[in-house]
Design a protein around this ligand. Structure first.
Ligand SMILES: [Zn+2]
Length: 192
């Protein structure tokens, strides 16, 4: 039986809601990602400024396949309409937390797309993924599910394993054999 993955519910706090059936356009972060300012993980990112930052933050929903990212021009979040509406809620949730780390990094003046580093070695990515992995565990993902979440189309298998190691995934619990994550098949130009 493999139905468990379809029916499994994660421990996402009841005060959190993520909008569905969103059309393309520009939205207030707090209108699409409700309750995120109450998450400890998010408060870890922004501290006392959490509510102030999230209240001003915009999300640009674009009408193409892809995922989420942060603009390196003004620090707003962008997100694929299809990913928001059709992606697994836990994946969208974890990506939102990940992107909020990049929002803070942007306002600190960090280069989110520093070409001196590969994706899995870039310090801004490592910080964002490490926080995401901790949050993934908190909402009940298994180590295997976390490992699969870290698989993205633009990194090699070796880079995927390296990223998982860097993020302290319990590799002794992982089956590394190729696994089709829901993210496969999507392509985007640039992701932070
Ligand atoms: Zn990132």
């Amino acid at each position: 039986m493999t139905t468990e993955a379809l029916t499994k519910t994660y421990n996402i706090d009841p005060f959190v809601q993520i909008a569905k059936n969103v059309d393309s356009g520009t939205f207030n972060f707090k209108d699409l990602f409700i309750g995120f300012e109450k998450l400890s993980a998010v408060q870890t990112i922004f501290g006392k400024k959490t509510d102030e930052v999230l209240s001003k933050l915009k999300v640009e929903v674009f009408p193409r396949k892809g995922f989420m990212g942060v603009s390196d021009e003004d620090g707003h979040i962008f997100a694929s309409k299809y990913y928001l509406n059709e992606g697994d809620i836990w994946s969208v949730y974890l990506d939102a937390v990940h992107e909020l780390v990049h929002v803070r990094q942007f306002f600190e003046g960090k280069n989110l797309f520093d070409p001196a580093f590969s994706y899995v070695d870039r310090p801004t990515e490592i910080e964002a993924y490490r926080l995401g992995v901790i949050e993934a565990r908190r909402i009940g993902l298994s180590e295997q599910e976390i490992f699969d979440y870290l698989e993205v189309p633009w990194v090699t298998k070796a880079e995927h394993v390296k990223l998982a190691n860097t993020c302290n995934v319990a590799m002794d619990q992982i089956n590394i054999s190729p696994h089709k994550s829901p993210k496969h098949g999507n392509i985007r130009k640039k992701k932070s």
